[in-house]
Design a protein. Structure first.
Length: 185
């Protein structure tokens, strides 16, 4: 029973720290956020912070890895028997449900490492799912074009406070992607 209580407490503390870092990153870059400031914002002791993380970059890395794992889970489902568009809609719902952190990592911060990792996860899945009739060099350009375009659209959608529904956004992405790949399929 005590172990379960400690586990819950650790999860809650980590959640508070993650939320605190996300809030602070909306107004300043991570290299200007101190551990003292992070802990004060989360109402957590610095010694407690150091039980779980070595610094703010370690905490950010955990946040990013968690988001990438969850995004990968959704992306793996995109070309399923139930229809690709529903799974893209599910991925967009995931992004919308985690709007604060995605807005911070994709739009507010110039977090090129996370954006690059997010595109890499997407690109790996796209290459598995999308079979185009073109040479490998051309294929790489087509994939990059699709992913960069989709990432830009998603960033725009986040910054526009999700003015389109997840359904409408997924349909728009699919229509544009279909137009782009029709030349090579």
């Amino acid at each position: 029973m005590t172990e379960q209580k400690e586990n819950r407490r650790a999860k809650m503390t980590k959640l508070l720290l993650k939320t605190s870092l996300t809030e602070l990153m909306r107004s300043k870059p991570i290299n200007r956020i101190t551990i003292r400031e992070l802990c004060a914002n989360a109402d957590v002791n610095r010694s407690t912070f150091y039980l779980y993380y070595k610094d703010q970059y370690d905490l950010l890395s955990e946040i990013e890895n968690e988001l990438l794992r969850n995004a990968q889970t959704h992306l793996e489902k995109i070309d399923s028997d139930y229809g690709s568009i529903q799974y893209l809609e599910e991925l967009l719902s995931y992004i919308k449900n985690n709007a604060d952190i995605f807005k911070t990592l994709l739009c507010v911060q110039d977090n090129l490492l996370f954006q690059s990792a997010f595109v890499k996860v997407s690109l790996e899945n796209l290459r598995k799912q999308l079979l185009l009739n073109c040479s490998e060099p051309i294929l790489s350009y087509v994939h990059e074009f699709l992913l960069s375009g989709c990432l830009s659209m998603i960033k725009r959608w986040i910054n526009a406070e999700f003015e389109l529904s997840c359904s409408d956004m997924s349909k728009l992405i699919f229509r544009l992607a279909d137009q782009a790949i029709s030349e090579f399929s």
